[in-house]
Ligand binder design. Structure first.
Ligand SMILES: [Zn+2]
Length: 263
C-alpha cells in the first residue's frame, strides 16, 4: 500500500447548526493498525456546512461552517499527500468482515443535508476522484434552502453514499419508543424510496446514542452507525459507533487532525 508522499426549512437548519457541536480528540496511530476485528484504523472526517459565513451569524453556526475555499485547500492537501480516501462502507467491511483498509485511510462525511455540500463540496470531490458519505436528516431535504431530493439523487449517481441522519434531527436518547422507531425507520424508508436502493448507514444526530438507540438502529436494518466526538477518533472498533472528528475552517486545523491520527 502506497504511503502518503510526505510523512506524512431555515429554522430547522439553524436549529441543527446551533446544536451540532464538534470537537477534535487525540490518538497516536500505529503503522500496522490496519485490519479488522477491532483493528480497523480509519480517520473519519465530519463536515457540516460548507458555506461563506457572515459576521452576523451565531458563533455556533460559524463553528460548524467550513468555507468553500478552506474545504478545497483541505481536499487538495489530502490528495497531494496521497492519503487514500475510502468509502464509509469500506470501514464497515473492515469492522464486520475483517477486510483490510489501506494504511492512512481517510473517510469524508457530511451531516445534516446542507446545500453547500452539493454546491461547493461535490465539485471538489469530483475533481480529485474522492468519494464521501452524506448523512441527511430527511425533514431538511426539500425544506427550502438546503439539499433537494434531486441533488441527493445526483450525489448518489456521482458515486457518493447517502446515509440517514434521522428524520427530524432530535436527541434520540430522549424520545419515546414510537418516535425513536419513526426517526430511524421512516428516514431509511424515505431515502430508499427516492434512491431505489438500500440505505445501510446511519449517523446519530448530535452523536447522541445509548444501548436502546443502537439496538433500534440495528433492528431497523442498518449495517453501521457513525458517532461524533470520540477521543480515539482513528481507531475504529464498533460498527454501530464509528468514531469521527469534526473539521474546522482551516487547512492547518485539518493537518493537525491528520497528523494526530497518523503521526
Ligand atoms: Zn447533525
Amino acid at each position: 500500500m502506497r504511503r502518503p508522499r510526505s510523512l506524512l426549512s431555515v429554522a430547522v437548519t439553524v436549529f441543527i447548526l446551533l446544536l451540532s457541536a464538534v470537537t477534535a480528540g487525540e490518538v497516536p496511530g500505529t503503522a500496522d493498525d490496519v485490519r479488522g476485528n477491532g483493528r480497523c484504523h480509519a480517520l473519519v472526517l465530519l463536515y457540516h456546512r460548507i458555506a461563506i459565513s457572515t459576521p452576523d451569524e451565531p458563533a455556533a453556526l460559524r463553528s460548524n461552517t467550513v468555507s468553500p475555499r478552506a474545504f478545497a485547500a483541505q481536499m487538495q492537501y489530502l490528495h497531494d499527500q496521497g492519503y487514500p480516501i475510502v468509502s464509509y462502507g469500506q470501514v464497515v467491511s473492515c469492522l464486520a468482515d475483517g477486510v483490510p483498509l489501506p494504511k492512512y485511510a481517510i473517510v469524508i462525511t457530511f451531516d445534516d443535508g446542507y446545500r453547500g455540500s452539493y454546491r461547493h463540496a461535490l465539485p471538489v470531490l469530483m475533481k480529485y476522484g474522492m468519494t464521501a458519505t452524506f448523512f441527511v436528516a430527511t425533514s431538511v431535504v426539500d425544506s427550502g434552502t438546503e439539499l433537494t431530493w434531486e441533488q441527493v439523487k445526483d450525489l448518489d449517481a456521482k458515486g457518493m453514499t447517502i446515509g440517514s441522519h434521522s428524520r427530524s434531527h432530535c436527541y434520540l436518547t430522549g424520545v419515546y419508543e414510537t418516535v425513536l422507531i419513526r426517526e430511524i425507520e421512516e428516514s431509511k424508508r424515505i431515502i430508499e424510496s427516492h434512491l431505489g436502493k438500500p440505505t445501510e448507514f446511519f449517523a446519530y444526530p448530535f452523536g447522541d446514542a445509548n444501548k436502546r438507540v443502537i439496538e433500534a438502529v440495528r433492528k431497523a436494518g442498518y449495517l453501521s452507525a457513525r458517532g461524533t466526538n470520540r477521543t480515539e477518533f482513528g481507531r475504529q472498533e464498533n460498527a454501530f459507533m464509528v468514531a469521527s472528528v469534526g473539521v474546522g475552517d482551516s487547512l492547518p486545523g485539518l493537518i493537525k487532525i491528520v497528523k494526530r491520527c497518523y503521526p
